[in-house]
Design a protein around this ligand. Structure first.
Ligand SMILES: [Zn+2]
Length: 78
């Protein structure tokens, strides 16, 4: 009888610990997601190889057409 109570307390302790770990992990992942989405929100910069125009497009993308001549340029890498 005493043993089963101890086991119950132990299991409750484990559940509490697991909940704490999960909450901590969730908080950490949330923070990481914010940092990552901050990165993704950065606009992509392009430089036209044809007419030398610099332009920016929202979000991360590898290619975008030049607003002046329509040439498809590759994203600038810094
Ligand atoms: Zn151009």
């Amino acid at each position: 009888m005493l043993q089963s109570v101890d086991l119950g307390i132990f299991l409750a302790f484990l559940a509490g610990l697991a909940a704490l770990v999960l909450l901590g992990l969730q908080a950490w992942y949330d923070r990481r997601d914010v940092i990552l989405s901050d990165h993704r929100r950065i606009n992509s910069a392009f430089s036209c190889v044809r007419c030398n125009v610099l332009y920016v497009r929202p979000r991360r993308r590898e290619e975008a057409a030049c607003p002046r001549c329509g040439w498809n340029n590759v994203r600038l890498k810094f």
